[in-house]
Unconditional design. Structure first.
Length: 62
């Protein structure tokens, strides 16, 4: 599975980073950086939490 970011939609609120800091972070410019695009079974709950808290629905798990 992997995390997909809709970059034009992302506004850099950082809620996803708070929900899944092991998977993503905001850089110094407020841009979302995925630390790991491909995720394993153990990371799915974190990735799903990040998707749920995004206020602009810029993330999805495939």
């Amino acid at each position: 599975m992997k995390i997909v970011v809709n970059r034009p939609r992302c506004e850099g609120h950082g809620l996803c980073e708070e929900a899944a800091p092991q998977l993503m972070h905001l850089d110094d410019d407020g841009e979302l950086v995925l630390d790991r695009e491909e995720i394993g079974e153990a990371d799915i709950p974190l990735a799903n939490a990040a998707v749920r808290v995004c206020p602009v629905a810029a993330l999805r798990v495939e």
